[in-house]
Write a protein that binds this ligand. Sequence first.
Ligand code: XMP
Length: 511
Amino acid sequence: MNKELVLILDFGGQYNQLIARRVRECNVYSEVVPYNISLEKIKEKAPKGIIFTGGPASVFGENAPKCAKGIFELGIPVLGICYGMQLMAYTLGGKVAHANTREYGETNVSIDNTSDLFNGFSTQNVFLMSHTDYVENVPEGFKKIASTPVCPNAAMVEPQKKLYGIQFHPEVNNSVNGTQVIRNFLYNICGCSGDWVMSSFVEDSIKTLKEKIGDKKALCALSGGVDSSVAAVLLSKAIGKNLTCIFVDHGLLRKNEGDEVEKIFTENYDLNFIRVDAKDRFLQKLAGVTDPERKRKIIGEEFIRVFEAEAKKIGTVDFLVQGTIYPDVIESGLGKSAVIKSHHNVGGLPDYVDFKEIVEPLRNLFKDEVRKTGLELGIPEELVYRQPFPGPGLAIRIIGDITEDKLNILKDADSIFREEIAKAGLHKSINQYFAVLTNLKSVGVMGDERTYDYTIALRAVETTDFMTGVWSKIPYSVLEKVSSRIVNEVKHVNRVVYDITSKPPATIEWE
Ligand code: XMP
């Protein structure tokens, strides 16, 4: 198992997970923990270094989050970022002051590049600043190693105890070479060697899972999405045929997708694969339902019922495999509690499946690490880099009620759109793209005939977090090809429109 650990103490800043990811990108394993973690716990975990995140509080605030006393005396290097730096200065007797104006944005920072934290940097660097308070006087024993015209102490160090503070945010892309500051801290100051690599994660996990599960039985609900697929393959490498994967095919997947999932898992891996063709059951339950939230609820519930029924046939199993990943379980310092991921974000844990314990092999991984693990395990790239697909599937891309005919129209139109996007080489730059079957029929003309048929809407967005996004400026020539192919090849579609709304105000999905 990897031995090096860096703890990220979470003071509530918006970039906390990003700091943890940057550390891991530098091949050092990191964990995000609440800011008030006890000294005993820290000692137990024996980290090579500690990073304090930023946060919205002011050290003068009544409820300002404070770290455990004595943390600076443990002999472990500490890097305080933004609020983390102010807290370090304040706690150790320096002076923190409240500025009248906020310093925000990409800022030219003069640095002392003889400091080991800034090894390899030139004396002028652009970093992102975002603060109101600042350190007016550094504590005794500290010296300043950076400044801006507005912020006299933009970075500080106490070389004996290896305590560092930086007022800027090295973790964001706006900070040029910001990751190098983190890398310097990890390698020059904490003495890390970088033992966090996905190949050893895979090897270690397989070994641990083998020891834990032995020749007992495990059950996994497979959706064909990245997380559950990677979890399943990892398990199969550890326990082979003692793993049974149940793939509930609700019939609302994209064209050929069910077959593709089945092919990947039955041809490449040693496991029991059960595909449940439940399309009719789902369509019956959804007949006449038009409200999007009702659709989601019905699909979520039905998914669990089908899974349970299949699991019952297998009988008692020892372990239930979940594709939970790190962002789902990070415990924030500010009171957010851990959550358990449901299979489709719409269901929940099955009530009646008889299992003794849950295994979550990806619990400590960020999404990009899950993808790397998938590639390490030999899962095809198309699956590893698949665009997000909602649990309720095409049901929320057919506006209004769902019928088998409508499903087939949408599958064909969507498949043409995806094919042309891939042909144009746009599939990596557009983060989500799909067709929607609107409930609108309009008049058209084909040959000498008047038609009265459906309108397909195309949706494509560019986003990193899926919380906000902009509509993608797909070249007209590509849109033209897609439109012409859809109306020519898909029966009952006579009009294609392109959605040019960003999120907000529109959501990515239409329902
Ligand atoms: P919206 O439409 O809210 O979508 O902008 C944001 C992201 O979430 C996905 N999405 C869902 N995923 N179950 C899911 O598993 C759902 O019910 C659901 N609704 C939306 C959507 O595809 C996009 O990636």
